[in-house]
Ligand binder design. Structure first.
Ligand code: FES
Ligand SMILES: [Fe+2]
Length: 443
C-alpha cells in the first residue's frame, strides 16, 4: 500500500514537476511573447512617429470666419449657412471707412497657386485679385494662365477644360486656345477659326514652389525679377509644412506689420503657450516670453521694390537663461511676397516664404511655407507652431481694425511712415479703386 502510495506520490510528483515545468515554460514563453509583442508595438509607434516628424509636412489653416467672436457674429449655431452669413456681415462691417482705403490690388507679383497644387496636364479655376482665371500645366511642366471665360459662350475653362500640348480646350464646345498668346487655334466643328478670338494671357513665373502672376495696372510695365532661393531650388532644403489664413483686411496692413516696431512687444511677447486668438486676455504668467529687436529699412535702387526687416529673437526662460536665439532677415519683395531667412547658432538655418493673395478687396489669403534641411525637421516644426500662433495674434488685430489713412504717429513709429511712402510705389494712377473693385461683388 505504502509502496503503492509511495509509487503514487512519486508518480504524482513526477507529474507535478512536468506540469510545473510545462506551465512555467508556457508562462515564460507567454511573457516573452507578450514582451516581444509590446516591444514590436513600441518600436512601430516610434518608427511611425519619427517618420511623421521628419517626412510628413504640417498643416494649419484658418478660414475668414475664424478669429471672430461667434456670439457677436452669428450665435453658437455654426453651419454652412451661418458661415456664409458671417462672411457677408464681416464684409459689410468692413465697408465702414472704405473711403480711406488705398487701391485693393497693388502692382506686383502674386502667388496664385503653390506648385504642388497644379499637376501635369491639370487645369484649375482660380479667383484672385478680383479676376476669374484658368491656370494649367503642360506635359513639359510649363504653366499658363489665361482669363477663365471662353469668348464663345462663356464656359469656364478651369472647370473641365482639357490640356492638350500647350493648349487648353474648352469643355463646352471644344474650342482650343494657345497658352502663349491666348489665340483660338481650333474649332473642331468649323472650317476655320474665329478670327480675333483670343483670351487674355497673364505673365507667370514659377519659383520657390510658387506660381506667381504679374498684376499691374499698366500692363506694359516691366516686372522685377523674383529671387530664387537656391537651397529650395536645388532641394538641399525640404518642405516641412504650410499654414494658410484668410484675413479680413486691406493687403497693405499685412506687410505694414514688419515696420510697426511697437507691436512686437504688445502682441508677440507672451509665450506661444498663451495661444493665438485670445493671447491678449490670456492669464499665462509662465516663462517663455519672446524678446524681439526689430528694424525696418527700404532698399536702394535697383531694388527699391524690396524692403528689409531685421529681427533678433530669443525666448526668456529665466532672467539669465535665454533660448531659441535667432536672427531673422525678412525681405519684403513687392506688395505681397516675403522671404524670411532665419539663422541660429544653435540650430542652423530655416527659410519661410510668405505669400499674400487678395481674393477680393478685403479678403487676403496668406500662406507661409517652411523649409530647412531634413535633419532640422523637429525644430522647423516648432518654429512653424510658433509662427502660426504669432500670426493668429496679428490676424485678430487686422480682422477688427479700421484702416487709418492718416494715423496719429509718435516719433518712435517713424518706420511706419517710411513704410507708407515706400509702399506707395505699388499704386498707379489707374489702379482700380476700392469701389471699382467691389462693384461686381455680392454685398
Ligand atoms: S463656350 Fe467655350 S467652346 Fe463654347
Ligand atoms: Fe506681428
Amino acid at each position: 500500500m505504502s509502496d503503492c502510495n509511495l509509487n503514487g506520490t512519486d508518480t504524482l510528483s513526477h507529474f507535478d514537476l512536468t506540469y510545473f515545468i510545462g506551465t512555467t515554460h508556457h508562462t515564460i514563453t507567454n511573457n516573452f511573447s507578450m514582451c516581444y509583442y509590446m516591444l514590436c508595438v513600441i518600436v512601430t509607434i516610434l518608427a511611425i512617429s519619427i517618420y511623421c516628424l521628419f517626412y510628413i509636412p504640417c498643416s494649419w489653416t484658418k478660414k475668414v470666419y475664424d478669429g471672430y467672436n461667434l456670439d457677436i457674429t452669428v450665435g453658437r449655431k455654426w453651419n454652412a449657412l451661418a458661415k456664409r452669413d458671417a462672411i457677408n456681415r464681416i464684409r459689410k462691417l468692413r465697408k465702414i471707412g472704405a473711403k480711406e482705403l488705398p487701391p485693393p490690388y497693388p502692382n506686383g507679383w502674386y502667388s496664385i497657386l503653390e506648385s504642388s497644387d497644379l499637376k501635369m496636364g491639370e487645369a484649375k479655376s482660380i479667383f484672385a485679385l478680383g479676376e476669374h482665371l484658368v491656370a494649367y500645366r503642360t506635359r513639359e511642366r510649363n504653366v499658363y494662365v489665361l482669363d477663365a471665360y471662353c469668348p464663345h459662350m462663356g464656359a469656364n475653362l478651369g472647370v473641365g477644360g482639357r490640356v492638350i500640348d500647350d493648349q487648353i480646350e474648352c469643355p463646352f464646345h471644344q474650342w482650343r486656345f494657345r497658352g502663349s498668346d491666348g489665340k483660338c487655334v481650333n474649332i473642331p466643328y468649323a472650317t476655320g477659326v474665329c478670327q480675333g478670338s483670343k483670351l487674355r494671357t497673364w505673365l507667370v513665373r514659377e519659383v520657390n514652389d510658387n506660381i506667381f502672376l504679374w498684376y499691374h495696372a499698366n500692363p506694359a510695365e516691366t516686372p522685377w525679377s523674383l529671387p530664387v532661393i537656391k537651397e529650395i531650388e536645388n532641394e538641399e532644403f525640404v518642405f516641412h509644412g504650410r499654414n494658410e489664413f484668410f484675413v479680413n483686411c486691406h493687403i497693405q496692413e499685412i506687410p505694414e506689420n514688419g515696420a510697426d516696431l511697437a507691436h512686437f512687444k504688445a502682441i508677440h511677447e507672451k509665450s506661444i503657450l498663451a495661444g493665438g486668438i485670445n493671447s491678449v486676455t490670456s492669464r499665462w504668467k509662465g516663462p517663455g516670453s519672446h524678446h524681439w529687436q526689430a528694424e525696418w529699412k527700404p532698399c536702394e535702387s535697383p531694388y527699391k521694390h524690396v524692403a528689409r526687416v531685421t529681427l533678433k529673437h530669443s525666448i526668456e526662460m529665466t532672467s539669465k537663461l535665454h533660448i531659441f536665439e535667432m536672427d531673422v532677415t525678412g525681405e519684403q519683395i513687392g506688395p505681397a511676397y516675403v522671404q524670411l531667412h532665419m539663422k541660429s547658432a544653435t540650430f542652423g538655418r530655416i527659410k519661410v516664404l510668405q505669400t499674400i493673395t487678395p481674393v477680393e478687396p478685403l479678403i487676403q489669403k496668406v500662406v507661409h511655407r517652411f523649409y530647412s534641411q531634413r535633419i532640422l525637421a523637429p525644430i522647423t516644426k516648432l518654429v512653424f507652431l510658433g509662427e502660426s500662433v504669432m500670426f493668429e495674434r496679428d490676424m485678430i488685430m487686422w480682422n477688427h481694425k479700421a484702416f487709418r489713412k492718416h494715423p496719429q504717429l509718435v516719433k518712435e513709429d517713424s518706420a511706419i511712415k517710411l513704410f507708407r511712402s515706400w509702399y506707395l510705389q505699388f499704386y498707379s494712377e489707374n489702379s482700380k479703386t476700392f469701389s471699382e473693385a467691389s462693384e461686381n461683388l455680392d454685398w
